[in-house]
Design a protein around this ligand. Structure first.
Ligand SMILES: CC(C)(COP(=O)(O)OP(=O)(O)OC[C@H]1O[C@@H](n2cnc3c(N)ncnc32)[C@H](O)[C@@H]1OP(=O)(O)O)[C@@H](O)C(=O)NCCC(=O)NCCS
Length: 225
């Protein structure tokens, strides 16, 4: 089976005039509504990364790229951003000092990066992990790292389908944090098969994963912009 090329672009949040200039009217409104400078920077950097990478792949002018964000549940405009007709799917995520874009031709993709935080892991694990996953996590020396790895893998899957956190993470069972990323079981309305999962390398203090709705083996290339 031929490999599926999956490009991962990492960037640090920035908020430069040349980046803002590419936003469309709706994005500019959203940008203005963010109260915190860091939220503005993460948003504008993500959309800039997406436009520049998609322009390279499609030959489109980055300033002419318009994303759709239709929500399949309610018809609102807060769904997965897409570029219809391009034959390329992409996914964005941002957390702390990291912004990441994943992009592939011919398959739906999802990405998630999470800054490791001192959240109440035991409480969150009840909401996010299956019983076998909770048992694996309980036996880990670094539970914070393990939990965020589980979370990023599951969120990447749900972002690939476009469900986001509207679908339950407990319907997905993935391999242990120290094992190669793999979906072991998935049920419910969001479930998709075949699917490939891969851990990314966001650097210390972060967890990140990419999901691709394909049975083909992945070739992942990570670059920092
Ligand atoms: C998508 C979602 C998981 C993102 O959560 P997060 O951890 O806060 O944020 P991340 O940084 O990882 O990802 C945000 C990016 O995901 C993308 N995104 C938004 N909605 C998405 C969706 N449904 N599926 C996939 N990607 C989505 C966007 O690019 C967004 O960043 P941007 O708007 O700055 O470009 C969360 O917002 C969510 O679950 N949304 C859907 C909720 C929903 O549909 N509810 C039902 C309403 S009727």
């Amino acid at each position: 089976m031929p490999v599926l090329e999956c490009a991962v672009h990492w960037a640090a949040p920035a908020d430069e005039p040349g980046m803002r200039a590419l936003l469309d009217d709706g994005e500019r409104d959203r940008y203005e509504r963010f109260l915190r400078a860091e939220d503005k920077a993460r948003f504008v950097t993500g959309r800039f990364l997406a436009r520049t990478a998609l322009a390279e792949v499609t030959g489109l002018d980055p300033g002419a790229i318009r994303f759709t964000t239709d929500c399949p549940h309610c018809g609102g405009t807060h769904g997965k951003p897409r570029l219809p007709g391009a034959g390329v799917d992409f996914s964005l995520s941002h957390s702390g000092d990291r912004v990441v874009l994943v992009l592939a031709e011919g398959a739906e993709v999802g990405v998630d990066v999470e800054r490791e935080s001192d959240r109440d892991i035991d409480r969150l694990a009840e909401m996010v992990l299956t019983a076998p996953e909770r048992a694996t996590l309980a036996a880990m020396a670094d539970r914070k790292r393990g939990f965020h790895r589980y979370w990023s893998r599951k969120e990447a899957l749900l972002k690939a389908t476009g469900h986001g956190l509207a679908a339950p993470m407990t319907a997905i069972r993935v391999s242990g944090p120290d094992e190669p990323a793999e979906v072991l079981a998935w049920d419910g309305e969001a479930a998709v098969s075949p699917v490939r999962l891969a851990d990314l390398t966001p650097g210390s203090g972060y967890a990140a994963a990419a999901a691709v709705l394909t049975g083909r083996p992945l070739k992942i290339t990570e670059v920092t912009c």
